[in-house]
Ligand binder design. Structure first.
Ligand code: CA
Length: 484
């Protein structure tokens, strides 16, 4: 009865929203395009590099807003995506490591205590779709269709092979079949293009409906493995390093896929009232001493890359685009977070966020120019590993702990030294205390990490099955039986 009451209230709310303005639903479509492990300097719109061609992204940046200080909440995939999709820092719910693909483990995924923002959009009348990488759980109750998506075309693990013909049932990880909703789907061209083409078909269908739509375009490009069609690689013969040449081709194919999607939005008349975000889930790979061969991405002018709390790991290419509302060609300097995507989308949808405890802010006043201050006073990072790692950034300063060459405890003046070249730890003790207090206050609402890192998890899982087998083997030592 209570449940029915709640449903009725929801229904009335949806009717109220969709019947306003004489039946027209003027709420914007929302499109979030996420790249995977993309270097800060590997698109044109950040620093103006021209080695890799990203004309479609650069055009979106020119016609929209570039976030000069746009951040993700974690320097690698799973936790960063968990925060983006919930609008909450992942440490709020103990998800500080990558989810392992483990469909028999009913606990290995984005905790069910968390509601994704697409699930909230759904409740308020949006049609929702995910294309590409999920990485938030493989068990049936963790899959996209159960976590807020009406439609899904993609894969459940943290990455995938790009070439068709390489998948097969029973394979693990990157060779798993591509799925449409809960079933095995066709996969017959370069994955980046296949995902883009399916999103184009979706836009064509969704544009015929009354309801606004939400698209999460979650490319695995340009995440490893390094694979691209020869026609794309041939455009980059001027790049001598073979790995970077293929990587460039992967970024190029993603940009072209984004172009296909924009073209579909344009053709169907949807682009004008679509709020689009583009960002990367973390920085590009960096050749640390333990990964000396990961040389292909370029995070300059920032230090280090993926897995680091310096700018190279968390400060990402990030733009917003909405022809109907956003002033063209703006560059916003305030602190912006991937957490803001959920808060902004839910505000535009008129969704109920009571009890949601969102950590982001609605960016619309900043995008439309009515607010000149920074959207955030401070942003926070936490990695609960063997050696606790943390960072806090205000508009003017950054304080972090990370045991990398030249770092350890580090303090940077982000106004004079935005690329973190001069560690001035020890020179501003009052400010260090102040930033540490900000971090501790933020941390009070967090909880300890709940997830083992992949390698350790896989080891434990293997030993569980080994122990189970040994137990069964022991049981099978009893005498054989026969019909009497
Ligand atoms: Ca990533």
């Amino acid at each position: 009865m209570i449940r029915l009451g709640k449903l009725l209230v929801q229904h009335v709310l949806i009717l109220t929203i969709s019947c306003s303005a004489l039946g027209a639903d003027n709420r914007p479509n929302i499109v979030v395009i996420l790249a995977d492990d993309l270097g800060y300097n590997d698109v044109g719109f950040t620093n103006g590099q021209t080695e890799i061609q990203t004309p479609h992204l650069d055009a979106l940046a020119n016609e929209g807003v570039v976030f000069e200080n746009g951040y993700v909440t974690h320097p690698y995939c799973g936790p960063s995506r968990a925060a983006l999709i919930t609008g909450r820092y992942q440490a709020r719910f103990g998800m500080e490591n990558n989810v392992s693909y483990s469909p028999d483990d009913r606990y290995m995924g984005l905790p069910l205590t968390e509601k994704t923002f697409p699930a909230r959009l759904q409740e308020f009348g949006y049609k929702t779709a995910l294309f590409g990488k999920w990485h938030l759980g493989g068990a049936p109750h963790f899959q996209p269709n159960e976590r807020g998506f009406d439609y899904f075309y993609g894969f459940l693990d943290g990455g995938h092979n790009y070439m068709p013909g390489e998948v097969h049932l029973g394979a693990g990880g990157y060779l798993l079949p591509i799925m449409r909703n809960r079933d095995v789907a066709e996969f017959d061209e370069y994955l980046t293009t296949a995902l883009s083409r399916d999103a184009v078909r979706y836009v064509e269908r969704a544009s015929k409906e009354q309801a606004p739509f939400f698209i999460y375009m979650s490319y695995n490009a340009p995440h490893a493995p390094l694979q691209a069609p020869q026609s794309y690689i041939d455009k980059y013969t001027h790049i001598k390093d073979e790995k970077r040449r293929i990587y460039a081709a992967m970024v190029d194919a993603m940009d072209e896929g984004i172009g296909m999607l924009i073209d579909a939005l344009n053709r169907t008349g949807e682009l004008e009232n679509t709020l689009l975000f583009f960002l990367s889930d973390n920085g590009g790979l960096y050749p640390y001493s333990w990964w000396p061969n990961y040389t292909w991405a370029d995070n300059s002018p920032f230090r280090f890359g993926k897995v680091a709390l310096t700018e190279g790991g968390i400060h990402v290419p990030f733009i917003a685009h909405w022809p109907k509302k956003i002033t063209k060609g703006k560059r916003l300097n305030g602190l912006v977070s991937s957490l803001d995507i959920a808060a902004t989308s839910l505000a535009l949808a008129g969704a109920n966020v009571q009890g949601a405890e969102l950590d982001g802010v609605n960016l619309i006043p900043y995008l439309t120019g009515s607010s000149k201050v920074s959207p955030h006073k401070a942003l926070f990072w936490r990695m609960e590993e063997s050696d606790n790692l943390w960072a806090v950034r205000t508009e003017k300063e950054k304080y972090l702990h990370q045991p990398l060459p030249g770092l350890g405890l580090a303090f940077f003046d982000m106004v004079k030294d935005p690329n973190e070249q001069h560690n001035i730890f020890g020179q501003r003790p009052e400010q260090e205390k102040k930033l540490a207090k900000l971090w501790n206050d933020w941390n009070r609402k967090n909880r300890p990490n709940l997830l083992l890192q992949n390698e350790e998890y896989e080891k434990r899982r293997a030993s569980f099955y080994e122990a189970l087998y040994q137990e069964n083997l022991k049981d099978a030592q009893k005498p054989q039986w026969y019909i009497k």
